[in-house]
Ligand binder design. Structure first.
Ligand code: FA5
Length: 371
């Protein structure tokens, strides 16, 4: 008996070692350990034995069962590991290939223009900064020389939160990207050269105003900065952005509490005949016959009171800042006529005005290359 069983166990272990597929292992398991399996049958014989015989036989049969069960487990794991190895070696996924059967999404023109801006300003040595969209009124207004009672606060139709935030400050959705100026100066000190793109919010809606829109703030702080630096930077940026060297800028005196002097910048355009009436073509002297000016951005020399609020010594450092409406830039460059359509999520609009996911803007490929 004993040798016969031992032989059978040895056979089973042998066959297990040779099994090449999980199904073979399973067949061997059923044959030995299944309900009708031979080891299970042996277990059943224990009941009919005398107590002495059972005492001798039980551990022997249990031992066989344990050895076979362990061998089955071991072979299963080995086979699974081999299968995994084979799959890993055989399968590969080329993540650079577009999925041909799937409709491709497009990059929103605002995202594309943001990338274009970052690319151009990075080339001019600007870093990219950011700040929170939920802001307090100190960063959004007070530190920018707009005290509680300042009438300019009313110019921004502000969304306020019902509850106050830390230090009892009123909380709001930031109305412009200018609070990032304050945060950057307080965190990094002078000198500084950065842009801060992001979402801003005002309670406003028509063809050129939406309750949420995008701005890019620019800030340069250093010794001896003057208006000439501002003009050169904006001219260089706008020429690169619109890919035209004949752009003419007009700097117009303006007012912002946080800059002194303040300038609004217009760009000259010509009216040309288009298929559906006159179209604005950027470039040329806006005062010439058949020409005009379009406002693009607000800017100016950083007010010394703003530098003081942010802990920068205005007797040592000067700076300029500007704030651009990104959505308006996109409209001008890519020819959309209604800003509200930017945020409707209409697939036809997105397919028409969107950019291919591979159309990464780069100075070498042409900043607005479509793919
Ligand atoms: C500002 O927001 C200033 N923070 C800009 C600034 C920064 C001036 C730094 C000086 C120094 P203004 O409210 O004019 O300024 O907005 C700037 C630009 O945002 C506008 O020229 C316009 O292009 C865009 N803009 C303003 N309101 C809306 C709106 N509701 N929808 C879309 N674009 C808007």
């Amino acid at each position: 008996m004993t040798t016969e069983h031992d032989q059978r166990v040895a056979d089973t272990l042998d066959r297990l070692r040779q099994a090449q597929a999980p199904a073979q292992v399973e067949a061997i398991r059923i044959e030995a350990l299944g309900k009708q399996g031979w080891v299970s049958q042996l277990m059943k014989t224990l009941g009919a034995m005398t107590p002495e015989a059972r005492q001798a036989e039980a551990p022997r049969i249990q031992g066989m069962r344990t050895r076979i069960a362990a061998a089955i487990e071991e072979r299963k794991e080995a086979l699974e590991a081999e299968a995994l190895e084979r799959r890993l070696a055989a399968e590969h996924l080329d993540l650079t290939l577009p999925a041909p059967e799937q409709p491709l999404g497009t990059v929103h023109p605002v995202s594309q223009v943001m990338d274009e801006l970052a690319e151009i300003f990075a080339d001019l040595g600007f870093t990219v900064a950011s700040g929170p969209e939920i802001e307090d009124d100190w960063h959004n207004f007070t530190a920018l020389n707009m005290a509680e009672t300042h009438p300019a606060r009313a110019m921004h139709d502000t969304f306020y939160f019902p509850d106050t935030g830390p230090r009892g400050r009123r909380m709001l959705l930031r109305t412009h990207t200018s609070p990032v100026q304050i945060r950057a100066m307080m965190e990094q000190g002078a000198p500084l050269r950065l842009i801060a793109p992001g979402r801003v919010y005002r309670s406003d809606s028509d063809a050129t105003h939406t309750p949420m829109f995008h701005q890019v703030e620019g800030l340069v702080i250093d010794r001896g900065i003057h208006l000439g630096h501002l003009k050169w930077t904006l001219e260089t940026f706008l020429r690169a952005f619109f890919e035209r060297n004949d752009l003419v800028l007009r700097l117009r005196p303006s007012y912002f509490p946080f800059t002194e002097p303040s300038v609004e910048v217009d760009v000259g355009f010509a009216l040309e005949d288009g298929p559906r009436g006159p179209v604005r073509v950027l470039g040329g002297d806006g005062d010439a016959p058949g020409h005009g000016w379009m406002e693009l951005l607000g800017s100016g020399m950083v007010n010394r009171r703003v530098l003081e609020s942010a802990g920068v010594d205005p007797d040592v450092y000067q700076g300029f800042a500007f704030g651009l409406g990104v959505d308006r830039l996109a409209m001008l460059k890519y020819g959309m006529d209604d800003l509200r359509a930017f945020f409707d999520g209409d697939l036809r609009w997105l397919r028409h005005y969107g950019f291919g996911p591979f159309a990464q803007p780069s100075l070498s490929a042409g900043i607005g290359a479509r793919a």
